[in-house]
Design a binder for this molecule. Structure first.
Ligand code: PGA
Length: 251
């Protein structure tokens, strides 16, 4: 049985004062962490504030990125150890916005995943095809290339903290959620790929999240699919009521 997981990805939104108000709303629902993992990925500047507010609530914190080295002279970057220090137990890696706007290749993502694994962070590794790739029938091929590139040379012990997020690029921030069937097809493909490479036990225990314009109206039907174990929520996570509606839709 895979434990459901709902992640709010704030991206480059929300100030510390917004975060403070937002978390007060979520804390009212924190009893739900008995049944599922609730993870928040704020901007780096809000991490420490949230860490102090969520103490003992069961709510978890995620970083939205890490630098590609363990530490050192990389102005502007944040290390995996710094994320842990700021209260994170998760990190989102390979997001399509990082691939698209910051030229993150599979090789760079692989390096970051390796560092995050070795530092004991839980990883939410994002993969997803563009509309052109989907329309030309290349979805599975693209997903497979991202999976094999991102997870190259990593072993089962390193990957024990891995979750995968399927985020079709055409669904992110567009309001066009993938249909439950479209998402389930790709999730099934991802699970089959994991099974082929890492075996049945690992495939059955790995959580695969869907992300891309998830809203309270679409969350339940997505989560009803047998291979969708969680949701990565961007825009709809910025309003605490919508985020709580998504969480509550699962019950
Ligand atoms: P969205 O973003 O829900 O705004 O589409 C999801 C994501 O990019 O993680």
């Amino acid at each position: 049985m895979r434990r459901p997981i709902i992640v709010g990805n704030w991206k480059m939104n929300m100030l510390i004062s917004d975060a403070d108000e937002w978390i007060a709303g979520l804390l009212k629902n924190s009893y739900l962490t008995e049944a599922l993992d609730i993870v928040v990925a704020p901007a780096f500047t809000s991490l420490a504030v949230l860490r102090d507010r969520i103490e003992k609530s069961g709510i978890k914190l995620a970083g939205q990125n890490i630098g590609q080295e363990i530490g050192g002279s990389l102005t502007g970057e944040i290390s995996a150890t710094m994320l842990k220090d700021a209260g994170c137990s998760y990190v989102i890696l390979g997001h399509s916005e990082r691939r698209q706007y910051f030229a993150e290749t599979d090789e760079i993502i692989n390096k970051k995943i390796s560092i995050a694994c070795n530092q004991g962070l839980n990883i939410i590794f994002c993969v997803g095809e563009s509309l052109v790739e989907r329309d030309s029938g290349r979805t599975n091929e693209i997903i497979e290339a991202q999976l094999s590139g991102g997870l190259a040379n990593l072993n089962l012990i390193q990957l024990s903290q891995l979750a995968i997020a399927y985020e079709p690029v055409w669904a992110i921030g567009t309001g066009h959620t993938a249909t439950p069937d479209q998402a389930q097809d790709v999730h099934l493909y991802i699970r089959a790929w994991i099974r082929k490479l890492f075996g049945t036990n690992f495939a059955e225990s790995t959580r695969i999240l869907y992300g891309g314009s998830v809203k309270p109206e679409t969350s339940k039907s997505l989560m009803n699919q047998s291979d969708i174990d969680g949701l990565l929520v961007g825009k709809a996570s910025l309003k605490i009521r919508e985020f709580c509606d998504i969480i509550n839709s699962l019950f």
